[in-house]
Write a protein that binds this ligand. Structure first.
Ligand code: AN7
Length: 356
């Protein structure tokens, strides 16, 4: 056993379904940084607030999915399962593949062909998953996974597996434990809607157990071309550059609406341009590089500040969940950035170019 931090199951055991030590599959996920972002707060028009970024990209496979996957794989091991399966826009497949490798289980992933970021694909492949590139979208992949897992001895590790949400709710615990109280608002992206559901579970549980005296308003953001909850109807052919949340019929739709309504929050949409703007602002102003989908929450915060829809007193605590690391999608980062100047290996040429 490595000394020190032992992963989120050990840390939050009293709040999680029971698992024996020997069944726990962990890569020491969780315990991610909550970084204050004053320059970003100022740039988006709310210098008076305490804005925090929860950097979930620093989980072992670079996304929040690891919180759920440590629980899902541990329970699969406990139940004697030999294989797991998921449909994924990328991060779930990367995480499932890694945790299955760690547990010695077979892993099958169904991904929408041509629509997953390179970093994520490389992870699923390197961790030895059976990768099936489906000629269809995420929603079709998830339907197929549901059918296969219902009729065959293979455990589904999408967020319809209740262990996933149990693990992911620990993100809320960590935020309260670090701040000493619940935030006033939490902003985050919404795709299949599992994470907003899980965070709300976590905040409610901490409130009920008197670990927090209040609960945040839950503010979820879909991409405008892929916004079924905002539109009130499934989107057959979702479109957005934020491929992680390119989902037209979210599995946890009703639960996300419950989280929104119980908390007094909002589920709204942001355009791809707004997402890219927030993505660039964060990396250039705060040194924090997340993937495009993760920037949807920050884009939503900026939009709602501009529309004066929020009650942001001095010192109001606002947390944005940055769900995945920027390196997941290097192609998008390069596409939205100026091209590096190509210059002769010559001192004068460089100084001329820099004008210094
Ligand atoms: C970076 O990997 O659905 O609303 O299959 O990767 O809980 O779905 C990913 C979702 C936000 C949305 N940010 O979370 C998948 C998948 C990132 C993501 C979401 C995802 P949910």
């Amino acid at each position: 056993m490595t000394p020190g931090y032992r992963g989120l199951i050990h840390r939050y055991r009293d709040f999680l379904p029971t698992l024996k030590d020997g069944d726990i599959v962990s890569l020491l996920e969780g315990n991610t940084p909550l970084v204050e972002a004053p320059r970003l707060a100022k740039a988006i028009g709310a210098p008076q607030i305490s804005l925090y970024l929860k950097i979930e990209g620093l989980n072992p496979t670079g996304s929040f999915k690891d919180r759920g996957m440590t629980m899902a794989l541990s329970r699969a091991v406990q139940e004697g399962s030999k294989a797991v399966i998921c449909g994924s826009t990328g991060n779930t497949s990367a995480s499932a593949a890694a945790y299955a490798a760690r547990a010695g289980l077979k892993c099958v992933v169904l991904i929408p062909e041509g629509n997953i970021a390179l970093g994520k694909l490389s992870q699923a492949m390197m961790h030895g998953a059976e990768v099936l590139s489906i000629q269809g979208n995420f929603d079709q992949a998830l339907e197929l996974v549901k059918e296969i897992s219902a009729s065959h001895p293979i455990t589904m590790v999408n967020s319809l597996n209740p262990m996933r949400l149990e693990g992911q709710k620990t993100g809320a615990f960590e935020i309260v434990d670090v701040l000493g109280h619940a935030p006033d608002y939490q902003f985050m992206p919404v795709g299949n809607a599992g994470n907003i559901t899980a965070y709300w579970m976590g905040y409610k549980e901490y409130f009920d157990k008197k670990k927090a005296g209040s609960k945040p308003k839950m503010m979820g953001f879909q991409a405008a071309g892929s916004a079924p909850i905002v539109n009130g109807a499934p989107v057959k052919d979702p479109k957005t550059i934020a491929t992680a949340i390119k989902i037209g019929n979210p599995a946890s739709w009703k639960k996300a609406e419950q989280a929104r309504d119980e908390s007094g929050g909002v589920i709204d949409a942001v355009t791809d341009d707004e997402i890219i703007e927030a993505y660039k602002l964060m990396s250039s102003l705060e040194g924090v590089f997340c993937e495009p989908a993760s920037a949807a929450g920050v884009a939503g915060l900026k939009k709602h500040i501009a529309q004066k829809k929020l009650d942001l007193k001095k010192g109001a605590a606002v947390v944005c969940i940055l769900t995945g690391h920027g390196l997941k999608d290097p192609e998008r980062a390069i596409a939205v950035s100026p091209k590096p100047a190509s210059i002769k290996a010559d001192l004068k040429a460089i100084l001329d170019h820099l004008k210094i």
